[in-house]
Design a protein. Structure first.
Length: 288
């Protein structure tokens, strides 16, 4: 199992210096993996990233959220085509990095919609995700759709919806659960993991207020117990955001109206210990 950290804990600038800093800070904090934000894969310097990963002995995953112009759950053919092209570009970047995971809101725009998803829109989304995942699988990359809250997508808000979305699709398409979103939308933290036991490929760990783990309302004991129950062995990645780090655009999209932290190094080191401690504690359940 790889324990990782989202790159936006360290910096919001993914130029050469930012990439090197993020990878180094991930290693210093004790993580195994860095999740790169690939909001614009066409500008991401994969060569610098690969060199930094090799230098520090880390692996990478990548995530992104689509925009209105690249919304593959749209009924607009131009947006669907643009979204598929963007996702294919993200796959190319991750293949160059030797990555094994592409995740996030890769099935719709990361936006608050004003109406429910349409049947045709969801069909468009599923068709594109399956094509992208099939292509990604040729490079050894798993595509996982992130279950997010109602304010960031109208397609997948619960684990059950995600399970139904991927049912019948290429096995290269998995489910990505995030405790921050689950805490908003689910009735508990245990059952959703069991709901997706056969499809779960990626996990985000985030607190209810996106700050320090253990200081909010997320029931982490139940969540980690559920991971142990299904013998989950995929990536477990810490995610947190502060406008002290991320760009103004993402600050607005993610609703970061107050900062619960400013020191990413301290926050990340705490998260690494928190996650590993919970995983170690839950491993003792084999004695019960």
């Amino acid at each position: 199992m790889l324990i990782g950290c989202h790159g936006l804990v360290w910096t919001g600038q993914y130029n050469e210096a930012g990439i090197r800093r993020a990878v180094e800070q991930t290693r210093v904090a004790g993580f195994d993996l860095i999740e790169f934000p690939l909001m614009d894969p066409t500008t991401f310097d994969a060569g610098t990233a690969r060199a930094a990963l090799d230098e520090h002995g880390l692996v990478a995953s990548g995530s992104l959220g689509l925009s209105e112009a690249t919304d593959i759950s749209s009924e607009d053919p131009a947006a669907v085509r643009a979204g598929e092209e963007l996702l294919d570009q993200a796959v190319d970047v991750l293949a160059e990095l030797g990555s094994r995971h592409l995740c996030g809101i890769v099935y719709s725009a990361m936006s608050k919609y004003q109406q429910p998803a349409t049947e045709r829109g969801v069909a468009n989304s599923r068709a594109v995700v399956e094509r992208v995942a099939s292509r990604a699988a040729q490079a050894g990359i798993q595509v996982s759709v992130e279950v997010t809250n109602r304010y960031e997508s109208n397609v997948l808000n619960t684990a059950r919806q995600a399970r139904e979305y991927v049912t019948g699709m290429d096995p290269a398409v998995g489910v990505h659960l995030d405790t921050y979103h689950m805490n908003i939308e689910e009735t508990g933290m245990f059952a959703p993991v069991l709901e997706t036991a056969h499809q779960l490929r990626y996990v985000h760990i985030g607190e209810s207020h996106r700050g320090y783990l253990g200081t909010g309302s997320v029931d982490f004991d139940s969540f980690f117990k559920a991971l142990r129950h299904i013998d989950y062995d995929g990536p477990v990645v810490f995610e947190s955001f502060s406008s002290a780090v991320v760009s103004p655009t993402l600050t607005g999209a993610l609703g970061i109206w107050r900062n619960l932290w400013e020191n990413g190094a301290e926050l990340g080191a705490h998260a690494n210990v928190f996650i590993r401690g919970h995983l170690t504690a839950m491993s003792s359940l084999r004695h019960h």
